[in-house]
Design a protein around this ligand. Structure first.
Ligand SMILES: Nc1ncnc2c1ncn2[C@@H]1O[C@H](COP(=O)(O)OP(=O)(O)OP(=O)(O)O)[C@@H](O)[C@H]1O
Ligand SMILES: [Mg+2]
Length: 224
C-alpha cells in the first residue's frame, strides 16, 4: 500500500484490505512500515500486543492477521529514524520476522517516495504495489511521480485505488489509464469511518469497508 502522498488513506486501506482477505480464508500478514507515524495498531484496536521471540520474531495474531509493526520496537520514541537508521530498521525487521506460510503480506508504507520505499523495492522479492490516491489533483500529481518511478524500476503495480470519493467522476480513472496503469476502483468518503476505527467489527460494517471489498476482488483478480 503506497502513495506518493500522505493522508490519503493508505493505513486504513491496508488494515481493512488485510481483514477482507483474511475473511476470505487467506493466510494474511500485515506489516506496518511507517516508521514515523505507525497507525494500523490504532485502526485494528490492538494496542499492547507483543511479538514472541523465538529464533527470530513470531508476529502476534491480531484479528486473525499475523501482525508486525515498528511500534513494537519504537514505543514512545519521539525522534523519527533517519537515513541509514531507517534502512537498518527495515532490514532487521524483514530479516528477523518469521511470517510462516502466507498467501498475502500487506505492507503499509510511509507516505512519499521515501528511503523505506526504495529499500523495500531493493530488498523484497515478489513485491507489488497497490497505489492509493484521492480525487484531488494535488494528490494525483504526486501519485503520478510514484507510478513513473515504479515503472522505471520495473516494479509491478497491481493498480490504483481512488479513495475518499465524494461525487462520481471518471477523471482519475482516465488519467490512470492514460499512464497505462489499472484503475482498481473507488472507495467512498465515509463520515462514519472515524468512529469505527479501533473496533474491527464496526470497521468491517462501514460503507468504506463495503466499497473496498469490490476493490479487493479486483486486486485479487489482477494478482492471480
Ligand atoms: N474513505 C474514507 N472516508 C472517510 N475518512 C477516511 C477515508 N479514508 C481515510 N480516511 C481518514 O483519513 C485519515 C487518514 O487516513 P490514513 O491514516 O489511513 O492515511 P495515510 O495515507 O495512511 O496517512 P499517512 O500518509 O499519514 O500515513 C484517517 O483519519 C482516516 O480515518
Ligand atoms: Mg499511514
Amino acid at each position: 500500500m503506497s502513495s506518493g502522498k500522505g493522508g490519503v488513506g493508505k493505513s486504513v486501506i491496508a488494515a481493512t484490505l488485510a481483514l477482507i482477505l483474511r475473511r476470505r480464508g487467506h493466510r494474511v500478514g500485515l506489516l506496518d512500515l511507517d516508521l514515523t507515524s505507525p497507525a494500523t495498531h490504532l485502526i485494528l484496536g490492538v494496542e499492547g500486543l507483543q511479538p514472541e521471540e523465538e529464533r527470530g520474531i513470531i508476529p502476534p495474531l491480531a484479528h486473525g492477521l499475523s501482525y508486525m509493526s515498528i511500534v513494537f520496537y519504537a514505543v514512545d520514541e519521539p525522534a523519527p529514524l533517519r537515513g541509514a537508521d531507517v534502512s537498518n530498521a527495515i532490514i532487521e525487521l524483514m530479516a528477523i520476522t518469521r511470517w510462516g506460510e502466507l498467501d498475502y503480506l500487506v505492507i503499509d508504507m510511509p507516505p512519499g517516495i521515501s528511503d523505506a520505499t526504495l529499500d523495500m523495492i531493493r530488498l523484497t522479492k515478489g513485491l507489488s504495489f497497490l497505489v492509493v490516491t484521492t480525487p484531488s489533483r494535488v494528490a494525483f500529481e504526486t501519485v503520478r511521480k510514484l507510478l513513473a518511478l515504479l515503472r522505471d524500476l520495473e516494479v509491478p503495480v497491481i493498480g490504483v485505488v481512488e479513495n475518499m470519493v465524494m461525487k462520481p467522476s471518471s477523471r482519475i480513472r482516465a488519467q490512470v489509464e492514460i499512464l497505462g496503469d489499472t484503475y482498481l476502483g473507488s472507495v467512498t468518503f465515509d463520515p462514519r469511518l472515524e468512529e469505527a476505527l479501533g473496533d474491527v467489527e464496526r470497521l468491517m460494517g462501514t460503507r468504506f469497508a463495503k466499497t473496498l471489498t469490490q476493490v479487493a476482488s479486483e486486486a485479487e483478480r489482477r494478482i492471480m
